[in-house]
Design a protein. Structure first.
Length: 337
């Protein structure tokens, strides 16, 4: 099944920023204008790019790429840009951006380090399609403005490039420092000094908290998540309610119990192993990072009683939950019973 991309929120945002009608934009690409009120509307890659071109036609003025880049660099929260902002350096930030870019659009981004410089290149991820050159210019301006915001420095690319047949406007050229070269891909080149420049927005602790969720979204988007991964995620949600049998999970995932067991066997695991793994991983996190009592943790993990949790945890670790928490927190764990 072809990948689809959510556009409901961005369609409204860009309509407001450019003072254009989302309904007219949708009609231009052959979609019903009534979809403008649908927050969950999603489209394929071809339509995604057509909507960009339709918005540009509706705006009917130069400089919209700059307007949108400046607004978005200081506006809506987007997972890929958040990943960029939490990194230690500009190079790592752009690398993270390249990993999570597919979450928001049909674009493939690559980061390389030829001669220690930092080169970001971008193109359509779908075979047979090309990114609109105007969208490419927006990306160059947007990523550069984010670089300046996140570093607190006047970062200026050494060079940039855009596909042929499109001329950047004078303000964009002035902003980028040089006129973009003509090339097949959209690209930016930064100096070694800028590549290693630390980000003032960096946050290792916040990134550690949010990265797993972003990676789950990416796995879903790219279709790489395994059945084991889906079951562990479903178990984490279902454990407090106690609906954690193989039959429960099979119904939740629209599979027969037999198919579930067969596919897990092909992945080299079993339902009981996944249940134990999920409970252990969650118990570790609760004991290390929360002030929940052991009975509360036992309940959240779906055990019938606290003694069952004690026996299971001792089997996993050879120690008790209280001793584990005390060791993991340097003796400062809260509410051990």
């Amino acid at each position: 099944m072809a990948t689809r991309y959510a556009i409901g929120a961005s369609l409204k945002q860009m309509g407001a920023l450019l003072d254009i009608s989302p309904e007219r934009v949708l009609r231009r690409v052959g979609l019903s204008a009534t979809l403008a009120d649908d927050e969950d509307i999603s489209v394929g890659a071809d339509t995604y790019f057509k909507i960009w071109d339709a918005m540009r036609v509706e705006a009917d003025r130069p400089g919209i790429e700059m307007d949108l880049a400046m607004a978005y660099a200081h506006g809506p929260f987007l997972p890929p840009i958040f990943a960029y902002s939490c990194a230690e350096t500009l190079a790592l930030g752009l690398t993270r951006l390249s990993i999570f870019k597919p979450l928001i659009g049909p674009v493939k981004m690559e980061v390389t380090r030829p001669n220690k410089r930092l080169v970001m290149s971008m193109k359509a991820s779908a075979a047979g399609l090309s990114m609109p050159p105007s969208m490419g210019l927006f990306e160059l301006l947007y990523i550069t403005e984010c670089a300046r915001t996140f570093t607190g420095a006047r970062v200026t690319p050494l060079a940039s490039s855009l596909p042929s047949g499109f001329e950047a406007d004078p303000d964009s050229i002035d902003y980028l420092g040089t006129k973009p070269l003509v090339s097949g891909d959209v690209s930016l080149t930064f100096s070694e000094e800028d590549a290693e420049r630390p980000l003032i927005t960096r946050s290792a602790s916040l990134w550690e908290t949010l990265e797993p969720g972003f990676r789950e979204q990416l796995e879903d988007r790219m279709g790489t998540v395994t059945l084991s991964g889906r079951i562990k995620r479903a178990l984490a949600e279902a454990l407090p309610g106690g609906s954690t049998s193989a039959d429960d999970m099979a119904r939740r995932l629209n599979l027969s119990k037999r198919s579930l067991q067969r596919r897990l066997s092909e992945e080299g695991t079993s339902f009981q192993e996944l249940l134990n793994e999920t409970r252990f991983e969650m118990s570790e996190r609760y004991l290390k990072d929360s002030g929940l009592s052991v009975p509360e943790i036992s309940y959240l993990l779906g055990f019938r009683d606290t003694s069952s949790f004690f026996r299971a945890f001792h089997g996993w670790t050879g120690t008790t939950p209280g001793d584990y928490r005390s060791s993991a927190t340097g003796g400062h764990g809260a509410r051990l019973n």
